[in-house]
Design a protein around this ligand. Structure first.
Ligand code: NAD
Ligand code: UDP
Length: 323
């Protein structure tokens, strides 16, 4: 199919674009480059530099490239910043999403894969988290994603738009040609590796008093290539129906375990400072991914933290200053 990837110049989008190509699809990227990098778009893939809120440009892009389906990844996505700057988040993510869906309806594009997030669950009552768990976001960022999921359900019922909503847990690791380069970087894995490389600061562990085995917060890290491959399967599923899936490995690692694994993978000492909790961080977020495994036959190939760190370390060494 001819697939438009919004946010395709970002960390995950650049890998999704590559996996779509590998699966035999054609791809075009639409990205405002607000946080993305032109250099991350594969050679030969058209980059339309535009904002999803610019409906005329999005419609023109859908028409000019005869787009048949969309993977909608364009968003700003820092939980903490969304609390202090909610306007920006509702405007960029909600208005941008609605503008894109309108353009799709206008141009007769009826299938979308949407990047949602574990942040739609808020503080979970039970782990691993199943898709049927209550959705109670604790941040404006989580709100924006849940709003668009709901809009997609309503648009499905009213206009027949078919959507796969993918609730990602922690994406990490790198594709051989594309890695993580957020500026400023806030994610644990790239920060740990920058510290190992000596180009970053010591790692501050946000909270050592969580009710977990070693007192630090536990997350479910999923290799970005496995995450991207799930999009290809989800896109196929939208041929027939709408669906919602968690995307995680199903295994949790604490912050200390990630740092220790990074020391083993890099063979370097990683300086650590113990700090207070980061506002809004739940103690444990681990996905049940049994629904997508059972229904789409998706199986992550890299199921341990060292394999994830290894791929990210290779990319970090080749790109010590990012793109
Ligand atoms: P990223 O910042 O690297 O990529 C987002 C891309 O979207 C960037 O290239 C940015 O320039 C573009 N963009 C943002 N707003 C835009 C707009 N209005 N119009 C056009 N382009 C716009 O982030 P990422 O980590 O690759 O995340 C990709 C998607 O996955 C996001 O929707 C994010 O909310 C979601 N997500 C990411 C994670 C994670 O662990 N990184 C977890 C859950 C969900
Ligand atoms: N974290 C940390 N120090 C850092 C960055 C992150 O201790 O410098 C912790 C954070 O509190 C969370 C985990 O590492 O428990 C993963 O954080 P990240 O920002 O990578 O992803 P998030 O879970 O917020 O999406």
């Amino acid at each position: 199919m001819r697939v438009l990837v919004t946010g395709g110049a970002g960390y995950i989008g650049s890998v999704v674009t590559r996996e779509l190509l590998a699966a035999g699809h054609e791809a075009v990227v639409l990205d405002s480059l607000v946080t993305g990098h032109r250099e991350s778009v594969p050679v030969g893939v058209a980059l339309v530099e535009a904002d999803t809120r610019d409906g005329a440009s999005v419609r023109r892009c859908l028409r000019d490239h005869r787009v048949e389906a969309v993977v909608h990844m364009a968003a700003i996505s820092q939980v903490g910043t969304s609390v202090t700057q909610p306007r920006e988040y509702y405007d960029n993510n909600v208005r941008g999403g609605l503008s894109l869906f309108d353009a799709m309806l206008d141009e007769g594009v009826g299938r979308v894969v949407f990047s949602s997030t574990a942040a739609v669950y808020g503080e979970p009552e039970r782990v691993p988290i199943e898709e049927s768990a209550a959705t109670r976001p604790t941040s404006p960022y989580g709100d924006t994603k849940l709003f668009l999921e709901t809009a997609l359900q309503r648009y499905g019922a009213a206009y027949g738009l078919r959507a796969a909503c993918l609730r990602y847990f922690n994406a990490a690791g790198a594709h051989p040609e594309a890695g993580e380069d957020h500026r400023p970087e806030t994610h644990l894995v790239p920060l740990v590796l920058q510290a190992a490389l000596g180009t970053g600061r010591p790692i501050t562990i946000f909270g050592t008093d969580y009710p977990t085995a070693d007192g630090t917060a536990v997350r479910d890290y999923l290799h970005v290539v496995d995450l991207a491959r799930a999009h290809v399967r989800a896109l196929d599923a939208t041929a027939e129906r709408s669906c919602t899936y968690n995307l995680g490995s199903g295994t949790g690692f604490s912050v200390r375990q990630v740092v220790q694994a990074a020391c083993r993978v890099t063979g370097r000492d990683i300086p650590v400072i113990e700090g207070p909790r980061r506002a809004g961080d739940p103690a444990v977020l681990v996905a049940s991914s049994s629904r997508i495994r059972a229904e789409l036959g998706w199986v992550p190939r890299h199921d341990d933290i060292e394999a994830i760190l290894d791929s990210a370390w290779a990319w970090t060494q080749r790109h010590p200053r990012g793109y």
